[in-house]
Design a protein around this ligand. Sequence first.
Ligand code: 4AD
Ligand code: MG
Length: 436
Amino acid sequence: MDYDSGKYKPVGEVLHKKVGRFLLRGWIKRKRDMKEKVFVLLRDGSGSIQCVIEDGKVPEGQMSAARKALVESTVIVGGEAHEDARAPEGVELKVDYVEVVSFSEEFPIQRDLSEAFLLDVRHLWLRSSQMTNALRLNATLFSAFRDFMANNKYLEVQGPEFVSGAVEGGSTLFQIPYFGKKVFLSQSNQFYLETFLPGVERVYSVMPSFRAEKSRTRRHLTEFWHAEAEASWMQLPELMDFEEKMIKALAQGLLDKHEKELKAFGRDPKVLEKVVETRFERIPYEEVLGIAQKKFKYLKWGSDLGEKEEREITKDYEVPIIVYHYPSKLKPFYHRPNPKDKGETVLCTDVLAPEGYGEIIGGGERCWRLDEILTRMAEEKIDPKPYQWYLDVRRYSAHPHSGFGMGLSRVLTWMCKLPHIRDAIAYPRTMNRYYP
Ligand code: 4AD
Ligand code: MG
């Protein structure tokens, strides 16, 4: 067979047309050997179709090759498609030509479907419908984010991944050797984004961020895809409105293309429709603390809200909430102190996803005056020396600005109702996981 002949049709086209003669190529997803025939569920990039190969309907050599081929063998099949209500997709291909391009070895994913094993063989599990659904939804999420930002006149830029200083505190920095010196892996592109503002005013980036998080929660990765933005002149209320509009656009993006995949994950599309239609409540830190205190009595003003507290706060909400004015001691030095309470709180905001999922966005107004940020650094005992380039943003062209960072896999985990963030990314990296 000439693999490049252009004669081959994708399975998706067959399912669409339902009848006719087709030549398909793909992989054996499932197989059932009967006395006089073999049922093969053939998968390609566009879907799966049931194929029936019967004794006498194909040459003997082809029949024995089909019988010998194990799951995940690569095959070419030709035949007549017809509607059949018993077939998984309602269409069956009656095969009159089979060619095994490659006999697969026994596929390791058979009976053991434990979470740990599937992570060990993630490179093979990627072809499961669970993963391919997640990959498609993920791709749409990325493009919906980029479309939304471009429509709002934000310019996409990139920053470095090797950096010389912390953004989100030293405790989660990965340090690596760099030609006899030490550098860090970026925790956030925020500081670099700020440097673009005097030139272009509104910027965003989609880049990996790294955190040496010792947290073993269902929402922490050590490497995650970070969607971040900065905007000149923007203040907190406008930032909250922007974030809400953005999340609605992302939900709508998934709804437009992926009702079927959402349902396969057990996510009722109506829930995301509600997200698109309902205004998100804005709630100060103090008030959400009150919700968490009902269960966790030890919490007091100034306590940090982690995974379990946020789960409690958000479990009865159906749409995200926007929490603002956290105590300044909980947040990194770059957040702008609230002038109304002498800096007890900062002009920041976290967006918490509902149903227990918790934080998906962190952001706020930045300290934009040189004296203000130097004071905050001194209070936090941060040496300004490695941050001179960042302080230059305050020395020249200083102006009010705001920004945010959003973990794309966290958004996907919530929107698809997935149990764990590792289900939302092809190759999850956690404390104990860096293979494959
Ligand atoms: O709240 P974070 O740490 O804020 C920043 O990094 C800011 N500098 C962002 C900015 O304003 N440009 O992280 C922002 C978001 C979180 O809300 C969360 O969604 C995600 O990044 N995130 C993680 N996602 C997966 N695994 C982790 N370990 C994450 N840490 C943060
Ligand atoms: Mg945060």
